[in-house]
Write a protein that binds this ligand. Structure first.
Ligand code: BGC
Length: 482
């Protein structure tokens, strides 16, 4: 605990990790360069048909595959202590298996990792961020149990290849969002519309794959490499619509069970899904005349295997919504239950993005309580601007600043053990189905120019000051990035 005066200064613990995040498909481009294999986002975007805003693709994106040095300059200008990025699976293993290894892919990531370390920046490596090799998808992707073993092998290959230098691993990014968007509603690659079961099935296989990958590290690499492994979870906060209504409180809690405890509880508590999910889905499956629940079950052996497979909690917070009791919510609640927002909450670049910095503090307190005070890293938090963005992005900075104040209170007053904070994103990039229409970068990327120049937003100046001071005295008048 810190003294109140320090709290007022919004201080952060010593050695706090200050980072920014990107992901391979969203920034690299070079979709077919140097032997890279096809992945599901290449296929999805090349199909056209307005799957993506203006039929844009990540073929070029920010060009980071050839412009890595430009990204490194941004990272150094911010003074980050950590940089989180992901590996493109099909750049390393074009068909997803170690049957053929693409040396050029290894060289690229070696260059990134080595230059980060040479600059005293800790690499945080996400093994998988939404971009499955097409060849693995063709075998069933996350709908298939076969992908569990294929992913485990891929993770092993990553530890073997980069683990001498990388000590902070995230096996996969947001299995909850990935399975809902990619395998249930199909608005993300691989575009599968499998209502009522797709997300449960994909999420189940991702949980097993993550657990296998964690055990692989734990058994074969931890002793010699001394790193840590976790998984990142998308976690919105939900408020009861009427705080005095027990039913609305239950609705908010149920929503969070379906959205984030679905993935977090098996890993952090007992290897199994939340009771409310098991109950509601099986009851409703029966009503539909099915003789098994649409929510897959873990065997006892699998439960024991999944439980405890994260060395810390990687939380990704963007926004908050309100929930209230409704007839559908009591049948089978779903990820898509009615979201309500306070009219006083400002809206950022996208209709679903409501600016609620205090939601993070509530969420952190809640996670501390139900997950036994884990070590937490906020591995993503950010604010989109709609295209065309303004360089003087003061609204975004206000969001980040207010969020950091809430975070500081969570640490200093509520005693939540948060060890780091990462902005999504380092640079504007390919925002999935939104293409380049939503910009999350601390640095602007001019997608109209072939050289794809990066320029700092106002937020970059401010954030670099926070990193330098390890806290938030703000506002600063003028700062020169070197
Ligand atoms: C994902 C990112 C995405 C960001 C902003 C996160 O859920 O991990 O890939 O760009 O949100 O939407």
């Amino acid at each position: 605990m810190f003294a109140t005066s320090e709290t007022e200064n919004y201080s952060f613990p010593k050695s706090f990790a200050w980072g920014a995040t990107t992901s391979a498909y969203q920034i690299e481009g070079g979709w077919d360069a140097d032997g890279k294999g096809l992945n599901i986002w290449d296929t999805f975007t090349h199909q056209g048909g307005d799957r993506v805003f203006m039929n844009q693709t990540g073929d070029v994106a920010c060009g980071s595959y050839t412009l890595w040095e430009e990204d490194l300059k941004c990272i150094k200008q911010l003074g980050l202590t950590h940089y989180r990025f992901s590996l493109s699976w099909s750049r390393l293993l074009p068909d997803g298996t170690t049957g053929f290894i693409n040396q050029k892919g290894i060289e690229f990531y070696n260059k990134v990792i080595d230059s980060l370390l040479a600059n005293n920046i800790t690499p945080v490596l996400t093994v998988y961020h939404f971009d499955m090799p097409q060849a693995v998808e063709d075998l069933g992707g996350w709908n298939s149990e076969k992908t569990v073993a294929i992913f485990e092998k891929y993770a092993e290959f990553c530890y073997e290849t980069f683990g001498d230098r990388v000590k902070f691993w995230i096996t996969m990014n947001e299995p909850n969002l990935h399975s809902i968007f990619g395998y249930e509603v199909g608005i993300h690659a691989p575009g599968k519309k499998q209502p009522s079961y797709g997300a449960y099935q994909a999420g189940h296989n991702m949980l097993l794959a993550h657990a296998k990958a964690w055990h692989k590290y734990n058994t074969d690499f931890r002793n010699k490499q001394n790193g840590s492994v976790s998984i990142s979870i998308y976690a919105p906060w939900s408020e009861p619509f009427d705080p005095s209504s027990a039913k609305d409180k239950e609705a908010a809690e149920t929503y969070m069970s379906f959205f984030s405890h679905w993935i977090a509880k098996p890993i952090f508590i007992d290897g199994d899904y939340p009771e409310i999910m098991k109950l509601k889905i099986s009851e409703y499956s029966k009503k539909q005349g099915l003789n098994v629940s649409r929510l897959p079950e873990f065997t006892e052996e699998e439960k024991a295997m999944v439980k405890g497979t994260a060395d810390f909690f990687c939380l990704q917070y963007y926004s908050t919504a309100k929930h209230r009791h409704s007839p559908e919510m009591s049948e089978e609640p779903s990820f898509f239950s009615e979201q309500l927002y306070d009219p006083d909450w400002p809206i950022a670049g996208s209709d679903i993005f409501h600016v609620v910095p205090w939601g993070l503090r509530k969420l952190l307190g809640y996670i501390k309580e139900i997950y036994n005070n884990p070590v937490i890293y906020i591995t993503e938090n950010g604010y989109p601007q709609k295209d065309p963005p303004v360089l003087e992005d003061k609204q975004r900075w206000k969001y980040i600043e207010d969020t950091l104040k809430e975070l500081s209170k969570a640490i200093n007053i509520d005693g939540v053990d948060v060890r780091g904070y990462f902005v999504w994103s380092l640079i504007d990039n390919f925002e999935w189905a939104e293409g380049c229409n939503l910009r999350f970068g601390l640095f602007h990327v001019d997608f109209e120019q072939a050289a794809l120049p990066r320029s700092p937003y106002y937020s970059a100046f401010q954030y670099s000051d926070v990193v330098k001071r390890n806290g938030l005295p703000g506002p600063v008048d003028k700062l020169t990035l070197t």
